[in-house]
Ligand binder design. Structure first.
Ligand SMILES: C[S@@+](CC[C@H](N)C(=O)[O-])C[C@H]1O[C@@H](n2cnc3c(N)ncnc32)[C@H](O)[C@@H]1O
Length: 269
């Protein structure tokens, strides 16, 4: 039986996000096979309100893709602190953005213990990262603490049925792997996020991003499926690659994947 790992396991997170290579395998599948031609990062940015001179904190920034993809519309009068638990991710974001934007700073920060004084930020962004946080109450009270009154948290995440065909595919290959793919029912999702945020924030609004994947490349799908908690080597990995290839063939070369993504906007009272 393979060892099971949770999405909040610090050891898993350290290895998974030591750099952007695993994340890039996942981004590639979305980039190449999304049915929505308007990119997720552009759509997400459309939902932000940046008032003149505002101060913005991003938690779990990863390699800074959100800002790279919206480089043409970053307000020059705002200041941005990009942060991540992983020093490797902070270094990648800094490498990509520092020379372009003098109004960006970078720091390694755990969302559960933000080393910043109260009421410093107008906006906090937490994009597809809160489901990795072991103590959500701690993180949400920290976010609330560093926001000014009336400040906004933008927290994006996935829904319960996100990637459900991927989970079914992996489970058909090996039922013991079922718990190692996708979010668990108690993760921060589009289905339970409003209730979790509602305890800490005055108003919570949800926006959903319409999308799906129509995948036509078995290798890109296999790399995606092996970029998270599932590890395979040698013969088993080759067998899995053939299995994914066959699944595509069984679907006339196009494998449909459900995508549920969206963002909550939560206002501090
Ligand atoms: C799925 S990636 C999302 C990256 C980026 N926000 C994006 O949407 O492309 C999750 C990121 O959250 C970071 N992370 C995980 N736990 C964290 C924590 N407790 N505090 C801050 N960042 C964390 C990881 O290191 C990783 O870079």
């Amino acid at each position: 039986m393979p060892p099971t790992q949770s999405l909040t396991d610090p050891q898993y997170l350290r290895k998974q996000y030591q750099d952007a290579s695993n994340l890039n395998a996942r981004i590639r599948l979305h980039r190449e096979f999304s049915t929505n031609p308007y990119s997720w990062q552009r759509w997400l940015f459309d939902h932000f309100t940046f008032s003149p001179g505002c101060r913005v904190l991003e938690l779990g920034c990863g390699p800074g893709t959100l800002w790279v993809e919206n480089a043409d519309r970053i307000p020059p009068d705002a200041t941005f602190l990009l942060s991540d638990l992983s020093e490797g991710m902070v270094a990648q974001a800094q490498g990509a953005l520092e020379s372009l934007f003098p109004n960006f700073e970078f720091q390694a920060i755990d969302a559960q213990e933000i080393p910043i004084s109260d009421e410093r930020f107008d906006v906090v962004i937490a994009s597809h990262m809160l489901y990795h946080v072991p103590n959500m109450e701690k993180a949400l009270s920290e976010i609330r603490r560093v926001l000014k009154p009336g400040g906004r948290l933008y927290a994006s995440t996935a829904g319960r049925n996100n990637l459900k065909e991927n989970r079914e595919l992996v489970t058909r290959f090996d039922p013991q792997l079922a718990s190692q793919i996708g979010l668990s029912p108690d993760s921060f999702t589009l289905d339970n996020g409003a209730a979790q945020l509602g305890t800490f924030f005055a108003t919570v609004t949800q926006h959903n991003y319409p999308n799906a994947l129509e995948v036509t490349d078995a290798q890109v799908l296999t790399a995606y499926l092996l970029s998270g908690r599932i590890h395979m080597e040698g013969k088993k990995k080759a067998e899995f690659a053939r299995f994914v290839q066959q699944a595509l063939a069984d679907h006339c070369g196009t494998f449909h994947v459900t995508i549920e993504g969206g963002v909550f906007e939560a206002v501090k009272f």
